[in-house]
Design a protein around this ligand. Sequence first.
Ligand SMILES: [Zn+2]
Length: 445
Amino acid sequence: MTTLKPVFHSVPNVPPRQIALLRNATLADGRRVDVVLDGSVVAAVADAGTPASGVAGPEAVLDLDGYLLLTAPAEPHAHLDKALSFDLVRPPLGDLPSAIEAWVAYAQTMSVDSIVERARTQALAMLAQGITAIRSHVDVHPDNPTRSAEALVRVREELAGLVDLELVALCSSLTGDDGLEEALDLGLDLVGGAPHLAEDPYADLHRLLAIAERRGLGVDLHTDESLDGPVTLDEYARTVRDWPRDREYSAGHCCRLGTLDAERRDAIVADVKAADLGIISLPITNLYLQGWQHEVSTPRGLTALRALLDAGVRVAAGADNVRDPFNPVGRSDALETASLLMTVAHLTPEEAYHLVSDGARSVMGLPVAGPVPGARAELLAVRAVNLLDAIANAPADRIVIHAGRLVAQTRVERFVAAPAALASPAALAAPATTADPVVQAAPTA
Ligand SMILES: [Zn+2]
């Protein structure tokens, strides 16, 4: 039986450290700067070497020479209660219905504690990669509507101060309103579901929206996650168009939109834009789950990203599932998602990184962040010369700052033998080294 402990068993238990100054960082636009932090906010960004006044001791200063400084990624669509279960479930490789079948059978056997352990491990793995905000869907199953909610609310409390966690009640169409209300009562933040899987998608869509409206909650629905199934996105957009804007409305997947002819697609995109509905694309999971029935010219299972971006729709991207029946692989890394967006959706590096960082934060209703005066100090420094280098290589060397505090750092030392003509005797005598362990802030709870 696979255990989860080895992933992080050697992580030193270090408290988060307040940072006041980041020196010699390279920004995505090529500028070399010093960044002054004031608590959880970026106070100033100046040319590197500009004297900063009032900076505290050396423990509050990080030298980012050789690092690219970015807005920290946010994961707009995770399933922390399912993550890292692949080796426990041992499902067959396959499409969405087969993954659901394998998961539902396994889910009966889970305890709250076992969910907490996997969810916490996964959230910390994401934090180590630089993700400082996560929106996770939480199963609300008819047989036990509150088990996952209980677990994820506990994880949210444990990780407070390290990562911002938003929880969405993922309500099955078979779960009654009472079950959903019970799960929401535990403290979940948004109403979710998957109306496209219901026997009557429109009835389920309106049932979920009515509960959200009554409770004054935002909505994030798994929407039209198929290549040939129902289209509900337009109905969703038109329904919430005039609803209060003090909460977020978003739709994940929307693969079906990517299969429609241009005229119909553009009409729906106009509805989405008019409603200011956020769209969340999930390339790695939908590349895995969709297309199994297409032996040749296998379709990509992605939404209409270019049309959405051209229309000015707020778009985010994430990984969705990680190492569970819905996606056996994945590295918990937004740079992996960004790389896929360039390869399969033909986005530019800037567009791709926007979708996993600023775009994701916007769809999640989070304040603006990044190396900009006045923004939240949610920052990822990665050892790279520019954005394309970071996306292409996804270097492991990273420094992660959440709310102005250092919460994770990974250092890798690499040794490569050189041709004899180039190698110095000293270099050849140096021993090979292995990666240092990840250094990461631990939850205090
Ligand atoms: Zn999902």
